[in-house]
Design a protein around this ligand. Structure first.
Ligand code: HEC
Ligand code: HEC
Length: 357
């Protein structure tokens, strides 16, 4: 259908052009004068030109006026161009970004809306949610249906850098409801789609405190005070519950364990979701026994970090692909950094708890 109409349009243009040439040919032929032997009158260079009076008078003035007008145009237009160019470029940039976010939103949307259902598990604004999943027991083969906590991703760039997030999107989280989405991981999305999805994730981020104005993709600064207060309040409640259960004498002592297991914003801040098997589906095993993240029990974490301060720095920054950490540790970039979300005291408390495991 499209091909047929393109061909038809081509034929119409061809006919018009051919007819045009025919008309031009005959028209020109009729208007032409006899050529033979008439060069003497016809040759353009034999035509008498303006005399000096006209050449140096009105004609010169006309040409000069024209030059002045052009100069005025340039004098006005160039600075205007110079003035408007930066904002034009910024506009082009933000236009492109918002187009990317728009495309990413289509991918992010729920299945009913034709997307890949990130919104279904992580919430429409990335605040976290739950995902149905089936766990099969490796020994008995028994399958249990569970509800897996899907972390908040409106703080994902607080914890990971862009290449680390890209890795998660492309390869997913093995043995969790988060499937691989990139072609390289066996998923449905090409590189361009993963990139537009990342633009969408940037647009979902809780704006940072201490960010240069107007930078939508700023990756410096910390969680806004209100969010920090929310984490602190939730940790307080959780620590109080541990004290009430008789596990600790004071809230301060309980704080480390409370933060380790904290489920604020669906587990975005907790360590247990990666380091305690079963925590994500409400059936936690031995705390810190290891799951997606390393086993932290038996003093193994303390062995990797003889110095407590080094461990605190590691928790604050997270691991980086290929980079060494502690003693004989090599990061994979999968351990998130918490320094922009938790305070130094909170990290210290959680590190003390981890070292006691
Ligand atoms: C079926 C539910 C489900 C869908 C659909 C889903 N996710 Fe996930 N996603 C999860 C779960 C559950 C986790 C956490 C896995 C774990 O416990 O390690 C996760 C983890 C993540 C993480 C890492 C978060 C962190 O802090 O560790 C990112 C980023 C992410 N998802 C983004 C996406 C995007 C973008 C999409 C859409 C293409 C998507 N997810 C689709 C369930 C889902
Ligand atoms: C998204 C999953 C995830 C979360 C959440 C997470 N970790 Fe990790 N953690 C890892 C992974 C994976 C490693 C292994 C290092 C690597 O691959 O870079 C690791 C490594 C570590 C190590 C080093 C262990 C060793 O012996 O080398 C410590 C200590 C640690 N995590 C503590 C924490 C604490 C404390 C928290 C919470 C504040 C936390 N982790 C949250 C995934 C996670």
């Amino acid at each position: 259908m499209l091909a047929a109409s393109t061909t038809a349009i081509g034929w119409v243009i061809f006919t018009i052009i051919t007819l045009g040439w025919v008309v031009y040919f005959f028209g020109n032929r009729r208007a032409s004068r006899p050529e033979l032997g008439s060069e003497i009158e016809l040759a353009p260079n034999r035509k008498p030109y303006y005399d000096d009076e006209t050449l140096e008078g009105p004609r010169l003035e006309r040409v000069q006026l024209f030059g002045v007008l052009l100069l005025a145009l340039i004098v006005v237009a160039l600075p205007l161009y110079w003035v408007f160019e930066p904002s034009r470029q910024a506009g082009a940039q933000s236009g492109k970004e918002s187009r990317f976010v728009g495309w990413g939103s289509q991918l992010y949307a729920t299945t009913e809306e034709g997307g890949f259902n990130c919104a279904g598990c992580h919430g429409a604004s990335g605040g976290g949610g739950v995902a149905p999943y089936s766990i099969s027991d490796p020994n008995t083969g028994e399958v249990t249906a569970v509800t897996w906590t899907a972390p908040a991703i409106n703080t994902i760039f607080y914890r990971y850098d862009e290449s680390e997030v890209k890795f998660i999107l492309v390869y997913g989280r093995p043995f969790s409801p988060m499937s691989p989405w990139g072609l390289a991981g066996g998923g449905p999305m090409n590189d361009q789609q993963i990139d537009t999805l990342i633009s969408k994730l940037w647009s979902l981020q809780i704006p940072r405190e201490g960010c240069p104005d107007g930078d939508p993709n700023c990756d410096v600064g910390v969680l806004p005070q209100a969010e920090q207060d929310r984490i602190a309040a939730d940790a307080q409640v959780a620590a109080q519950a541990l004290v009430d259960a008789g596990e600790y004498a004071t809230v301060d002592e309980a704080m480390g364990e409370a933060l380790f297991n904290l489920n604020t914003s669906s587990g975005a801040y907790s360590c247990a979701r990666c380091h305690t098997q079963g925590w994500s589906w409400g059936d936690p095993g031995v705390p810190g026994q290891g799951a997606f993240g390393w086993n932290l029990t038996g003093g193994s974490a303390a062995k990797h970090f003889p110095n407590q301060g080094d461990m605190e720095t590691f928790i604050a920054n997270g691991s980086e692909y290929g980079k060494r950490y502690g003693v004989q540790g090599q990061g994979s970039g999968r351990m998130p950094g918490f320094g922009t979300m938790l305070t130094e005291e909170q990290i210290e408390a959680v590190v003390e708890y981890v070292r006691s495991l």
